[in-house]
Design a protein around this ligand. Sequence first.
Ligand code: ARG
Ligand code: ZN
Length: 888
Amino acid sequence: VAIRREDYTAPAWWIDTVDLTFDLEPAKTRVLNKMQVRRNPEVPAEPLRLHGDELNLARVLVNGQGASFRMEGSELVLDGLPDAFALEIFTTCCPAKNTKLMGLFVSQDTFFTQCEAEGFRRITYFLDRPDVMASYSVLLRADKAQYPVLLSNGNLVEEGDLPEGRHFTRWVDPFKKPSYLFALVAGKLVSRSQRIKARNGREHLLQVYVRAGDLDKTEHAMRSLVNSIVWDELRFGLPLDLDRFMIVATSDFNMGAMENKGLNIFNTKYVLASQATATDADFANIESVVGHEYFHNWTGDRVTCRDWFQLSLKEGLTVFRDQEFSMDLCAEPSARAVKRIEDVRVLRSAQFPEDAGPMAHPVRPDSYIEISNFYTVTIYEKGAEVVRMMQTLVGRAGFTRGMQLYFDRHDGQAVTCDDFAQAIADANPDSELARLLPQFKRWYSQAGTPRLAATGQWDAQAGRYTLQLTQSCPPTPGQEHKQPFVIPVNIGLVAADGRALALQLEGEPAPQGESRTLVLSQASEQFVFTGLSAEPVPSILRGFSAPVILEFDFSDAQLLTLLAHDGDPFNRWEAAQRLGLRAALAAIRDPQHAAGTPVLSAQFLDAMREVLRHPQLDAAFKELVLTLPTEGYIAEQLDVVDPQRVHAVREAMRLQLATALAADWQWAFEENSDTGAYSPDPASAGRRALAGLALTQLCLAARESGDPVWPGKTLQRFKNAGNMTDRVNALSALVVAGHPLAQQALARFHALFKDEALVIDKWFALQAGAPDRGGDVLPLVRQLMKHPDFSIKNPNRARSVIFSYCSANPGAFHRPDAAGYVWWSERVIELDAINPQVAARLARAMDRWSKLAEPYRTAAREAIARVAAKPELSKDTLEVVTRALASN
Ligand code: ARG
Ligand code: ZN
């Protein structure tokens, strides 16, 4: 049954206080829940309906008396209640058997919780909805030897010993919160602690809890937390509001991390890092996820969502905040641009396909069957782009003002996306956002990626350049026709010789800068630039100022001009992507194009060489430019996709780049191979990234020529590496090139890191993601699943093998014999019985099936239908496969 946004009604009852007592035992945990409940006088009277899921109910008392109740499905229903009363509920549950990892579960002998979105109801009966905010007091009791650390939200107010080797702690959270922010942790953990003094003089205790043996990998997470606290105060004036702020890491977790008030719980992947075990990308991810969860303390916890349709209120805004945080930590402006390009790459490679596929939904969805399926790149990343556009329309200072007004109005409340947009607009009454607010909010209500078609007309006589911008948006499930969006289009004009031109719009007395924001709000509008002496090259959508697909009929020469000279680094990178994409699509579409013939022009290769050898550009930027568009991104541009053809053409391009630029790759490797004492800062990480790409290219070229030198050097680099980035890049170069030395290196890698779960995940992922040679990856993946280190119950491990193959290795997955799809369907069904959230994620690997060419298309549909036909499928997986089949 679908839940619909328009059906929202305020709760008929409020829960003001919750007093929880836990007796923690893995097989049977007892939960005593005492609540103060009162009728909401603002809505018609209704029975009290409490959510529950997989609970054993033992006792219900109303004002201390046994009360009559009934069960309706999984809901506990109470009738004939007074207007205010004490409600006491006693239940038990079995954390040891909780493989869904929602609610209270056990991981490596330690108790953890995950309550967002609807996990609290697996702990006790409750009004498990975000607009019911209560004050929590929590008593935890457990065996002291096995569970020496007992944590919950807020402040520790009491602790002590109990008979029979047990002990207790009592926690009081000073802030009201919705149930999804409840958390507890109990187990053998150790912590890194740090005391900091905020600008207002308040002292805070910060702690990162991990398993013994992992403490030496928590320094970076702690530093990231301190940086986050400082940044939020500086940029938005938002201080830490708690005496104590804790982060705890678990190796069994469905998602990245969770922002429970004062007690964030993290996937170990986003906490643990040392130079020996974590890559530069891991370090960067930890910084942004630690930031993300910390920033939720205000955008999510202090002001939360009224209902789950408003999820992007906190997620889109908090992703925007963590993106800004990572950018502001960059020492160099060029590193900020690199971060922006990386973020856009994620958006375009994951969110654009989602917006074009069967699971497409607005940033504020209108309905769902299972809310867990809507923790999507649309809610998160597109939601962040919507917030970014608001900032573009009101300016950075205006946006900060808007945030202040948002908290002045809504602190302590559960609100909507409308409330947020209204606050930003009201704080900037003269802005384009305020003028166009109702229309701007179509970004929340309309799904699909808008297309922005641009054409330019040059009038040499008048020195005028007319830019015509036309927008459209394709239909998405349930939304046939779209209204025009408000699209901020950042623009510059570049002379053929590379100079930036001054921008003067018709009617303006003087030019106004070299980069500015045009606001498109009609279906089609013209913008006329005057005072030009020669035809300019337009640099449109600078910094990717809106999440749209820009169509402009650039000539190759224009793109080469932008690649060489554009003052906007994003569009400089974009020019190279367009050139690469253009070459790929031409080869894919050309029936005459034969395997082994060149795809890339000499001109393109020269331009790439120029970037690679450029004396001023930094390594990180070069690495992005020299990386060709992914197979997924190329496939999205096609109406009918033959994944093997896409794969073959992209491989051919990569090989051509490797051989044509062999000397340049060698030079680039030698220039960047030694980054000195390890530091994960963007500049040295960029140099390692470029050295890694160079090494892969050199090994690929060596495979063609049979030259043993570079594979040998790569193996040496692998063995001698002083950090995980260099080590895994060298290993990957051998694996990608399919060199025989790869086997030796893989075996050594496993032996070196057999006790480091996160590194073993990399070991699995590298193999499951390896280029296919004659269909060898699927049999290998089958073998990997039998490896003693494999466990399908651990989400990180399942992702490292199953997702790496099904979602990240199109050349190996899309087999003409359909064996990849059959295997996928078996894994979805297997996972669904264990962990529906993970299964439903895997189910999404087939989102784009209806675009596939035959024989893939029919085989894919059959595989999806096989999953859909499985009896007793979770609603998570059922929703995904049902929508997929409907996209016929
Ligand atoms: N709020 C968390 C975050 O983005 C994610 C929680 C996801 N939970 C879920 N059941 N899907 O930081
Ligand atoms: Zn979040």
